[in-house]
Design a protein around this ligand. Structure first.
Ligand SMILES: NC(=O)c1ccc[n+]([C@@H]2O[C@H](COP(=O)([O-])OP(=O)(O)OC[C@H]3O[C@@H](n4cnc5c(N)ncnc54)[C@H](O)[C@@H]3O)[C@@H](O)[C@H]2O)c1
Ligand SMILES: [Zn+2]
Ligand SMILES: [Zn+2]
Length: 356
């Protein structure tokens, strides 16, 4: 079918909204009319990767309504309201033991931009392939085709257009705190980077009953928001005495991906503590072996979430007023995707959501 999508044709150029032909859903797939799609920092990082197939449709925090299903698709049906999360195979050891974020096919299914068989999923009006399976969805568009495994059915009474970020950034930050580390009542936790992932971690740390919740960021506006969302202290990432200011905590969580910040995040751990990492691209983590004496570091995908179990849990917390993620969101028309990207890079918008 003919749809509109924000297509990236060249890493150096802005997105352009254009008409493309989206292919019909195949076996195990569903066509979703997109209600909203969050822009995650991962879209911004990878849009500069020349290895990715271009042209490509980005967007991996979509929500919408199922319009049609492919052959054999049984878990969702037309009319269902869904959040689109990351894709996984369902058969590998990690998938069958409840760790789909470490699926053996994670990279192919989420970061190649195409289907596992290499097909693009869409073509432009001249007939050339357009990669339309980024994170199994490519949802910066009016419609997306996803697999039934990366769909989470939600209650139709919820504000569907705002739910997409639960599928990646929000579940990553909240899941790191509630599933991966996990933070327990009375613990101290330091969150480096108060963007969407870091602020989700702050809200989750409060849910977990942490007593000392330290948020670190370069932007004063994001530090202020962190304090409103549950941080007990907010510190300037540019402070040369930052590590001393943080003190010692049971858990640290880096969302900046900056090598020096990750090393600081390890240095503030008490013995027995663990540092979770989710960012990348800002250099390697270099540590003295002794920095890890009795401490741990791990890289976390998608907050160790099983989306079908964890996203409903985050929605329940939101309904109780304990996970007010709507405070991070600013909506934009899909055509303004470049403005949304600029506003988020400048710090003013935490989580842009594009409305087709
Ligand atoms: N591993 C995963 O599964 C996963 C999932 C989603 C996002 N991510 C990654 O997580 C990271 C965070 O995503 P986001 O959407 O929250 O991005 P974001 O850009 O909104 O947030 C990053 C924050 O870090 C702050 N920051 C940068 N340098 C800093 C410094 N030196 N000191 C203190 N703060 C600093 C920025 O001001 C910003 O607020 C990105 O790298 C993204 O690619 C990983
Ligand atoms: Zn798998
Ligand atoms: Zn993401």
């Amino acid at each position: 079918m003919r749809i509109q999508a924000a297509v990236l044709r060249d890493t150096a150029k802005p997105f352009a909204v254009e008409d493309v032909h989206l292919h019909d859903p195949g076996p195990g797939e569903a066509l979703v009319r997109v209600a909203g799609a969050g822009l995650c920092h991962t879209d911004v990082v990878f849009r500069a990767f020349p290895q990715l197939p271009m042209p490509m449709i980005f967007g991996h925090e979509g929500s919408g309504v199922v319009e049609a299903v492919g052959p054999g698709t049984s878990r969702v049906k037309p009319g269902d309201h869904v959040v689109m999360s990351f894709d996984s195979c369902g058969w590998c050891v990690q998938c069958v033991t409840g760790a789909p974020a470490y699926c053996a096919e994670f990279m192919t299914r989420n970061l190649s931009g195409t289907r596992v068989d290499g097909s693009s999923g869409a073509t432009d009006l001249a007939g050339a392939p357009v990669a339309a399976r980024w994170f199994g969805q490519s949802s910066l568009a009016t419609h997306a085709v996803a697999t039934e495994r990366n769909l989470v059915v939600v209650d139709p009474s919820l504000p569907l257009d705002l739910l997409g970020p639960l599928g990646c950034g929000l579940q990553t930050g909240a899941g790191a705190v509630l599933n991966s580390l996990p933070v327990r009542p009375g613990d101290g936790v330091a969150v480096f980077g108060a963007g969407a992932v870091g602020l989700a971690a702050v809200m989750a740390a409060r849910v977990a009953g942490a007593s000392d919740i330290v948020a670190v960021d370069l932007h004063a506006s994001r530090r202020d928001l962190a304090l409103e969302l549950g941080a007990t202290r907010a510190l300037d990432g540019a402070d040369p005495e930052l590590a001393a200011q943080v003190g010692q905590v049971e858990h640290s969580f880096d969302t900046t991906g900056v090598s020096a910040v990750m090393a600081t995040a390890v240095s503030v751990l008490k013995v027995g503590g663990t540092c979770g990492l989710v960012g990348a691209g800002g250099g390697d983590l270099t540590l003295s072996p002794l920095a890890l004496a009795g401490r741990g570091v791990r890289y976390i995908f998608e907050g160790d979430a099983v989306p079908q179990r964890f996203i409903p849990r985050l929605i329940a917390l939101w309904q109780q007023g304990r996970f007010p993620f709507e405070r991070l969101i600013r909506t934009y028309p899909l055509a303004d995707v470049d403005a949304a990207e600029r506003d988020s890079a400048a710090g003013g918008t935490v989580k842009p959501v594009l409305l087709p």
